[in-house]
Design a protein around this ligand. Structure first.
Ligand code: ADP
Length: 889
């Protein structure tokens, strides 16, 4: 770390608040009360149906009457206004427009007000506008929708002439309506009820059809005699008790048994046998060789339309099931009853849906709480780990107070020096109050920490920043935490951390364009940073396979522009909550079925990177950070600094992440050179490749940041590909179900419930193919089962695995040679062990996913595998350090 240097200047750029203000010149409608008032006029919003809202409504009506005339008389009044200025949900509103001052309306023969609510999502209406005599004003009266939190409208003249406030539509905040969140809830409830209604209707219609088609009546006749009937001779009535009669003559139960049992169900045994009744011999009936009648009184279910039964003796050893056809008698259901049943069914389904919704809400809340706790704990552990090098008194810096800083050089690159200087700043070096280099007081005898006291933390400091050095000026060496500096968040700041605009430019993204871990990481890191309050955008090529991707929602047109001899069309779509832009050059460059694999990949991806930068320029975006990944988007760093930075795209700095050092090294080196921060995906891998020519003398800005997985995307409790969802509490049940399904998919036996060892991997030399093969043999010889999900780009390796599959047979092995995302989820859930024997591994995600799904990872100690997997029993100290930030287990 010899070339470390203070990063004060280089980190300053990080702090510019990003706010892309809507460019909006003074328009036709300026001066109106346009989105100016907060909802409910500032104070806590009263519930909708309170007297406040009623008052507001009547005030609105008064205002309407009183103010129209004065408004019209003024000279400097706006050209569109409403009375009252802020609409009230459920209240009256009059909308005025001065047609003289709008080209689209001036000479029209008639005018219409076209409106809607909540960004046009509900309550669209069209109203004729009325001319105010002797003026150029027109108006229309509106009853503002109860569900509105905002009202949108435009004016229409003749034909297709519209006045739309420069294309933005007019929009007003509505008072006393629901909040946007409440409105979303309302929509959700309505949708849920509609769905329940449809389901209930389909169910009852089905029942009615079955009742009609069953042909059941009040009796059954067979072989010339009646074998069962109702006592009344008519179908029973749902909800009442019916005497059921059964003829024992010639029945298979035989003998003189005097105790018999009637087993009853309804509607084609929809709930199985629901009740049993003792049969008794009927009195007053004919008894001859064709007639031996027994009876039981059976209460008929309220929603019954068929009565099903069979008969047995008390021991249930002899049965009469009407030669396997069972006995079925009709139950009468009137139209009114069907209508009632329909309502009951609807209520039942609706209640179930609400219950499910509630459970889901509870789960989400529980999850959010756990996530927040985990995050707080991670920060605490991180600070604790850091405290062995630097800590402060008070522990959390307090604004307005002095701060004593403790620094231990012994575990840093400054261990050799006797003098330590501290340079400090605030708000990631963006605050004007800086701490010039000051010499720290050396530790006393038997102590390790240098100290210095900062007189006062400014009240608007949300972060304190430090670097340490052996001296000041030329020749001094710095400990700047491998280019990241030391930072401590403060307590009590009057200002808060400004959000950053981060723009990822990448060629993979999970789940829509996934080849390996790079795809997972772009999504996971994007979401994590967005969760921390930053603005994240992702730019990808628009591959042909996006067109029929079930994982992609609706894509929308964003823009297009001519560039580099073609037209670049850009579409956008949210993926996993992230705003994505898809670059589609009209020269068919990305008309491909896969991400990689054309012999001009390098050329295509370079083109894409430049087109992505061009897109940023054309849309006047100025992100704070451009984040590019691996060789495929390495071009971004070069093209930005050599070209775009001088041509309109001025603000960004570049972060470059190496996910795998083995591909495209020339491109990687170039990007490391041009980027301000270069990372790789684990500290161990960073150590392993630091000496590579790719890093060269850029070691000072190169650091390993361990990858993670997104715990929401990889979650066995919500995973749609897992048959029985599970968490730590019911993992046995969940994993057993997944194991059974996996065995079924693989055609493996399950009789001994042998442990399953699995591999989910690209099958390349990096992944340790020889060890995988060895493990397959070993697993079987030790009485386990082995499954593999993998794709081999190299036909030779594929051939070897085909041979292995043939050799091992199918009973205890499953080989899936494919890239299959859903199956990979089932693998993690169904396997007991996941094997990752990589020769080298920048980070690896499969071992982390397997831990999340309750499968034990077995890995080679290399790169990120070493950084993420260890044996708690054997490495207690490491466990203590990682889990608690202490050295004490
Ligand atoms: P790499 O990026 O080197 O391929 P990682 O372990 O970082 O390895 O990431 C691999 C990712 O790809 C994981 O999400 C894993 O589940 C997934 N994956 C690997 N092979 C397959 C496959 N054949 N089918 C489905 N997913 C796979």
């Amino acid at each position: 770390m010899g070339r470390a240097r203070a990063t004060r200047a280089s980190t300053r750029w990080m702090n510019m608040a990003h706010a892309r203000a809507r460019v909006n010149g003074r328009g036709w409608w300026d001066g109106c009360a346009k989105r100016t008032r907060t909802r409910g006029s500032g104070t806590a919003r009263p519930a909708r149906a309170t007297s406040d809202a009623t008052d507001a409504r009547s005030r609105a009506e008064d205002a309407l009457r009183a103010s129209v005339e004065t408004q019209l008389d003024g000279t400097d009044h706006p050209r569109v206004f409403t009375v009252p200025a802020t609409p009230v949900a459920g209240g009256a509103l009059r909308v005025f427009a001065d047609v003289e001052r709008a080209d689209a309306l001036r000479s029209a023969s008639g005018w219409k007000l076209i409106g809607g609510y909540n960004a046009w999502r509900v309550g669209e209406f069209t109203k004729d506008m009325i001319k105010v005599k002797g003026t150029s004003w027109v108006y229309a009266d509106v009853n503002v929708d109860e569900r509105a939190f905002s009202m949108d409208f435009v004016f229409k003249g003749d034909g297709e002439a519209y006045e739309k406030d420069e294309g933005q539509d007019f929009s007003l905040t509505v008072d006393f309506g629901p909040t946007p969140e409440e409105f979303e809830e309302m929509l959700k409830v309505i949708e849920m009820e509609n769905k329940a209604r449809d389901e209930a209707n389909a169910f009852i219609d089905g029942q009615m059809a079955r009742a009609r088609e069953s042909g059941a009546g009040a009796s059954i006749e067979k072989y010339g005699r009646v074998i069962c009937k109702t006592a009344s001779g008519k179908p029973g009535v749902a909800g009442s008790t019916e005497r059921v009669m059964w003829n024992k003559a010639y029945n298979p139960i035989g003998g003189d048994t005097d105790k018999l049992v009637l087993h009853v169900g309804f509607n084609g045994w929809c709930a199985g046998v629901e009740a049993k009744f003792d049969l008794v011999r009927a009195t007053g009936e004919i008894k001859d060789e064709n007639n031996d009648w027994w009876v039981a009184d059976v209460p008929l279910r309220a929603d019954a339309y068929l009565l099903d039964f069979v008969v047995s003796d008390v021991e249930e050893s002899a049965w009469d099931n009407n030669e396997q056809a069972n006995f079925t008698l009709a139950v009468e259901t009137s139209d009114e009853e069907w209508a009632v049943l329909r309502e009951l069914k609807f209520e039942e389904i609706r209640a179930m849906a609400f219950k499910k919704e509630l459970a889901e809400k509870e789960r989400k809340e529980r999850r959010a709480k756990a996530d927040a706790e985990a995050k707080a704990k991670a920060i605490e552990v991180g600070l604790k780990q850091q405290s062995y090098i630097i800590h402060t008194e008070p522990k959390v810096p307090q604004v307005g107070k002095p701060l004593k800083v403790f620094y231990n050089k012994n575990n840093t690159n400054l261990s050799w020096t006797d003098e330590i200087y501290m340079t400090g700043g605030f708000n990631r070096w963006s605050h004007e109050a800086a701490i010039e280099p000051v010499k720290m007081t050396p530790p006393g005898a038997g102590e390790e920490f240098f100290t210095v006291t900062v007189p006062r933390v400014p009240t608007d400091a949300w972060m304190v920043d430090f670097v340490f050095s052996s001296g000041v000026g030329e020749g001094a060496q710095y400990d700047n935490k491998s280019g990241r500096d030391y930072h401590l968040p403060t307590r009590g700041s009057t200002a808060s951390k400004p959000p950053l605009h981060v723009c990822h430019i990448a060629v993979e993204m999970a789940p829509i364009a996934k080849v390996g871990g790079l795809a997972d990481v772009v999504t996971a890191i994007g979401r994590a940073i967005q969760d921390n309050g930053h603005l994240v955008e992702i730019i990808l090529p628009k591959y042909q396979f996006f067109n029929n991707s079930v994982l992609l929602g609706g894509k929308e047109y964003e823009t297009h522009f001519d560039w580099a001899g073609t037209t670049i069309r850009v579409e956008k779509c949210k993926v996993e909550g992230l705003q994505c832009f898809f670059i589609e050059p009209q020269n068919n460059m990305f008309q491909t079925d896969s991400v990689y694999g054309r012999n001009d990949d390098a050329h295509r991806f370079n083109f894409f990177c430049n087109a992505a930068l061009e897109f940023l320029v054309r849309t006047a975006r100025q992100p704070d950070i451009l984040h590019c990944h691996d060789w495929s988007s390495a071009e971004v760093a070069r093209a930005y600094w050599e070209h775009y930075h001088h041509n309109g795209l001025t603000k960004p700095k570049v972060a470059f992440t190496i996910h795998n050092m083995n591909y495209g090294q020339a491109k990687l080196g170039e990007a490391v050179h041009h980027s301000q921060v270069a990372t790789t995906v684990s500290p161990s891998y960073a150590g392993e490749v630091r000496g590579s020519p790719v890093i060269g003398n850029n070691g000072h800005k190169f650091t390993g940041v361990r990858n993670g997985i997104d715990p929401e995307i990889w979650d066995p409790e919500t995973d749609i590909f897992v048959p029985v969802k599970y968490n730590a509490d019911n993992q046995e049940e969940g994993k057993a179900a997944a194991r059974a399904e996996l065995r079924q998919r693989a055609g493996m036996t399950g009789w001994d419930d042998k442990p399953i060892v699995g591999v989910v991997s690209r099958l390349t030399a990096q992944k340790g193919v020889h060890l995988i093969k060895h493990a397959a043999h070993h697993t079987l010889s030790r009485g386990g089962q082995f499954v593999l999900l993998g794709s081999a780009p190299d036909p030779k390796i594929q051939g070897e695995f085909n041979g292995l599959a043939n050799q091992l047979g199918g009973e205890d092995t499953g080989f899936f040679f494919a890239f299959d995302e859903p199956l990979s989820h089932l693998m993690y859930a169904g396997c007991d062990v996941i094997l990752v024997p990589s020769m080298f591994e920048p980070c690896g995600l499969t071992q982390m996913i397997s831990m999340r799904y309750g499968a034990v990872p077995v890995v080679r100690a290399t790169g990120g595998l070493r950084d993420t997997v260890f044996d708690v029993d054997n490495e207690k100290e490491r466990a203590a350090w990682e889990v608690g930030g202490s050295t004490d287990w």
